[in-house]
Design a protein around this ligand. Structure first.
Ligand code: ADP
Ligand code: MG
Length: 677
C-alpha cells in the first residue's frame, strides 16, 4: 500500500488537534510519520567555539546565565534572548518567533542549542533546543510546542504496529543484495526501535543510501528530461571567424582553454541542450572562453548574454568585451540597475529588436522589462553568487538557450555530486604560462610596520596594491569605518607620492565604477576596499594584496581575494594580517601560505565548515538531507550516484516491475527538485 496516501486520521489516537500538531512538523501522512527520523548529536558539528567559523551551524552547551527574555518587534514577531555560559565565554542565543522555548531555559541549568554562529558578534541564532533531559539518549526527534517527544514516539509505534507489513520498499532488491541493505520495514524499525547498536547502525546506513539514491534518481530524471524534451538549439557557428578572433588575441590560449572551448562548441553544434559548469581557478582565464562561446553563438545568428554578480564586474566585462568585439562589428551593450529609465529603455529596445548581439549585465538582465529577440546562449559568471531562481529566470529569456555557468570555487566531490549533479562539468586546470606563484605571508598586527615597508618597496617598482578589510558585520557602517581608518592611514603614509583610493559597498554605483576604472587605468596606486572587490575583478598590474583581519574568513573567500593579484607576469604577493585566537584560524593562515591550489583549499574549507554551510541552504539549490550527511557519508553518496545513473541507462533495469514503487518516489523527488527555489 502507498502509505503516503494513508491519512494520519486512520490512527486510533489522532484527532483534529494532533493532526494539526503533526502537520506543523511537516508530517502529513502515515508514510511521513514512519520516516520521521530522529537526529543524533554525533551528526551535528559539536565543536569548540574557538574553531567555529562565521555562519557555521554548531551545537553549543552551557549553563543558562540569566532569565530568558522575550521581546516583541514588528508585526507579531518575537525574539527570545538567553545567555549561555560556555566553558569560557558567555554567549547570547537568540530565537525568532518561538517564544515558547523560554520554558526550556532555567537559570543555573544546563542547556544545549543547535544554531547558526555569528563569529563577529559571538552570538548564536538558535534553531533547535536540545533539552538536558534528552542528554541521556543519543537520538532526538525534532519537535515543537505542539507535540512532545514521547507523544511522537508513541504515535510512530502505533503506526508501525498497524502498518508495518504494508511498508513498500523503495530500493530495488538487486541493490539491497549488492550492498547488504535493509528493506524499508527494517529501516523504520531499526531506526525508531533499535534492539542493538548494530541494528541501529545498519538501519541508518540503509536509510542514508535510500535517501541519497532517491535524490540522485531525481537529478538523473531531471537531466534526462532536459536532454529528451528540451531539444537544444543547433548553433551553426562560423569556425573561420572564431579562428581569426582567437589568433588576434594578445595571448595564446592555454591547452586547457582550448579543450574547454572545444567541449562547449561541440555542445552548441549538437541539438544537445547545454547545461555546463565551467570551473577554473581564479585567474585561469574563464572570461575569454565565455567570450569565444558567445561570439560563436552570435555568428550562428543568435544573441548572447553574460550575467555578473556585481556592477563593478559587469562594467569590467563590458569594457573588455566591447573593446575586443566592436572592431568586428559585433554590437554589445551594458545593462545594469543603475541606468536611468531612458537609458534602460533605449538599451532594452535594441535588445528586443535584435540590434544588440551581446548583452553584459547584472541581475538587472532578468527584469521583466528586458526581452530578447532571440537569445541562444547565456553565461553566468561567478554562478554561486546567484540563486537558483535568478539563473532560471535568465534561462527563460530565451527559447531554451545553452547555458554556461562559471565558477572559480573548485567543486569538492560532495558538491559535484549533489549540487551540480545535473550539469556537465568542464575544467580549466592550468594557469596561463608565465604566471608566478603568489607568495603568501602571514604576519601578526604588531608587525604591521613590515607590511608598510613592503608596500612602499612595491609601489616604487610601479606596482599597484589592494588593501582589503574583510570585516564581516551586520552593520555596513562598521565595515565602512574600518575601511576609512585604513584609508586615512595609507594616505598619511603614502599620500604624498601616490594616489590612494577608497571603495566600499555604500558608495553610489557610478562612484564605485569611477574608482574601479581609475584603479584599472593606474590613476590609483593603492585601493583600500571592503570585500566588494572580492569577485572577479581583473587588474593585471596589481601585485600586492593586503588582507586585514584575515582570520575572520574562510579559506575559499581568502583564496578568491588573493586571486585578484598574480594576474600579470609580475611576481605577486599576498599579506595576511591576522591575530587568530585559536588553533583552527591559525591553521587556515598556514594552509593559505602553503598552497595556491584552490582545489586543496576548497576541500579543506568544506571539511572545516561542515556540510550545513555549503549544502542544504537555499542558495545552493538543494533540499536538506534528513539522515545522510553528504560530507561524512560521501562514500555512500558516490555509490548511490553510480547506481542511479546506471539504473537510468539500463532500460531493462529501469522497466522491471521491481522499480514501480521507486518510480513514483522519483517523480515526487523530481517535482521537488524542479520546484525548489
Ligand atoms: P578568471 O578565470 O579568474 O575569471 P580572467 O578570465 O579574468 O580569470 O583572466 C585573468 C587574466 O588572464 C586576464 O587578464 C586575462 O586577459 C588573462 N588571460 C586569459 N587567458 C590567458 C592566456 N591564455 N594567456 C595569458 N593571459 C591570459
Ligand atoms: Mg572571472
Amino acid at each position: 500500500m502507498d502509505l503516503r496516501k494513508v491519512s494520519l486520521a486512520q490512527l486510533p489516537s489522532v484527532g483534529p488537534k494532533r493532526l494539526e500538531a503533526l502537520q506543523s512538523l511537516g508530517i502529513n501522512n502515515v508514510y511521513d510519520l514512519l520516516f520521521y527520523f530522529p537526529f543524533r548529536y554525533e551528526d551535528m558539528q559539536a565543536k569548540s567555539l574557538d574553531d567555529a567559523i562565521d555562519q557555521e551551524k554548531i551545537l553549543i552547551k552551557g549553563v543558562v546565565a540569566s532569565e530568558p527574555v522575550v521581546s516583541r518587534f514588528g508585526y507579531k514577531k518575537t525574539r527570545l534572548n538567553v545567555r549561555l555560559m560556555t566553558d569560557n565565554e558567555s554567549i547570547m542565543v537568540t530565537f525568532f518567533n518561538q517564544p515558547w522555548l523560554k520554558d526550556k531555559f532555567e537559570t543555573g541549568n544546563e542547556a544545549a542549542v543547535y544554531g547558526k554562529w555569528n563569529a563577529n558578534r559571538r552570538s548564536l541564532m538558535g534553531m533547535k533546543v536540545i533539552g538536558v533531559d534528552d542528554n541521556s539518549v543519543d537520538s532526538v526527534y525534532s519537535v515543537n510546542k505542539n507535540i512532545h517527544q514521547k507523544t511522537l514516539v508513541n504515535l510512530i509505534k502505533v503506526a508501525f504496529e498497524k502498518y508495518h507489513d504494508q511498508i513498500e520498499t523503495v530500493v530495488p532488491s538487486y541493490l539491497r543484495l549488492k550492498y547488504k541493505l535493509l528493506d524499508d520495514e527494517q529501516i523504520v524499525s531499526g531506526i525508531h526501535f533499535p534492539k542493538s547498536e548494530e541494528q541501529s547502525e545498519e538501519a541508518r546506513r540503509s536509510a542514508k543510501f535510500r535517501e541519497f539514491f532517491l535524490f540522485q534518481c531525481g537529478l538523473q530524471s531531471i537531466k534526462r528530461n532536459d536532454d529528451n524534451q528540451n531539444i537544444g538549439i543547433v548553433e551553426k557557428y562560423d569556425q573561420k571567424f572564431l579562428d581569426d578572433f582567437i589568433k588576434s588575441l594578445p595571448f595564446k590560449l592555454t591547452d586547457a582553454q582550448n579543450r574547454v572551448v572545444q567541449e562547449i562548441l561541440q555542445d552548441m553544434a549538437s541539438n544537445h541542450h547545454m547545461n555546463r559548469l565551467l570551473q577554473g581557478d581564479v585567474g585561469s582565464g574563464k572570461t575569454i572562453v565565455s567570450v569565444i562561446a558567445m561570439l560563436a553563438s552570435v555568428t550562428a545568428g543568435y544573441q548572447a548574454a553574460i550575467m555578473a554578480p556585481t556592477e563593478i564586474l559587469a562594467q569590467q566585462h563590458f569594457d573588455k568585451i566591447s573593446k575586443l568585439l566592436t572592431p568586428l562589428k559585433i554590437r554589445t551593450a551594458l545593462l545594469t540597475g543603475s541606468l536611468t529609465k531612458k537609458e534602460h529603455d533605449f538599451i532594452a529596445g535594441d535588445i528586443l529588436n535584435g540590434k544588440t548581439n551581446i548583452v553584459v549585465g547584472t541581475h538587472a538582465l532578468i527584469q521583466d522589462s528586458v526581452e530578447f529577440k532571440d537569445l541562444g546562449f547565456i553565461v553566468i559568471d561567478e554562478q554561486h553568487r546567484f540563486g537558483v531562481n535568478q539563473r532560471k529566470a535568465l534561462r527563460q529569456k530565451g527559447n531554451n538557450p545553452d547555458v554556461l555557468a562559471m565558477t572559480a570555487t573548485p567543486i569538492p566531490r560532495t558538491l559535484a555530486i549533489t549540487t551540480y549533479g545535473d550539469m556537465d562539468v568542464s575544467r580549466i586546470d592550468q594557469l596561463p604560462a608565465g604566471r608566478k606563484k603568489i607568495e603568501t605571508y602571514w604576519i601578526r598586527s604588531q608587525k604591521i610596520e613590515q607590511m608598510y615597508q613592503f608596500v612602499a618597496k612595491e609601489l616604487q617598482t610601479g606596482s599597484q596594491v589592494y588593501v582589503v578589510t574583510p570585516l564581516i558585520s551586520e552593520s555596513e557602517t562598521m565595515d565602512l569605518k574600518n575601511a576609512e581608518l585604513i584609508f586615512d592611514k595609507f594616505t598619511e603614509l603614502f599620500g604624498k607620492k601616490y594616489k590612494i583610493g577608497l571603495l566600499h559597498g555604500q558608495m553610489p554605483n557610478d562612484q564605485k565604477e569611477a574608482v574601479m576604472s581609475d584603479f584599472s587605468d593606474k590613476k590609483i596606486d593603492v585601493l583600500v576596499s571592503t570585500t566588494v572587490i572580492e569577485v572577479g575583478v581583473d587588474v593585471p598590474n596589481a601585485s600586492v594584496m593586503v588582507i586585514y583581519d584575515a582570520n575572520r574568513f574562510g579559506l575559499s573567500q581568502l583564496h578568491q581575494l588573493r586571486g585578484r593579484v598574480g594576474r600579470g607576469d609580475k611576481q605577486s604577493y599576498c599579506i595576511l594580517i591576522a591575530d587568530p585566537k585559536n588553533e583552527s584560524a591559525a591553521e587556515r593562515m598556514k594552509i593559505l601560505t602553503s598552497t595556491n591550489d584552490g582545489f586543496v583549499l576548497a576541500e579543506e574549507d568544506l571539511k572545516m565548515r561542515g556540510a550545513g554551510d555549503l549544502l542544504g541552504n537555499r542558495q545552493s539549490g538543494l533540499p536538506e538531507f534528513k539522515i545522510g550527511n553528504p560530507i561524512n557519508d560521501i562514500n555512500i553518496l558516490e555509490v548511490a550516484q553510480e547506481e542511479a545513473s546506471r539504473l537510468f541507462e539500463d532500460d531493462k533495469l529501469f522497466n522491471s516491475p521491481e522499480t514501480k514503487n521507486l518510480k513514483s518516489f522519483i517523480n515526487e523527488e523530481y517535482d521537488q527538485l524542479n520546484n525548489f527555489d
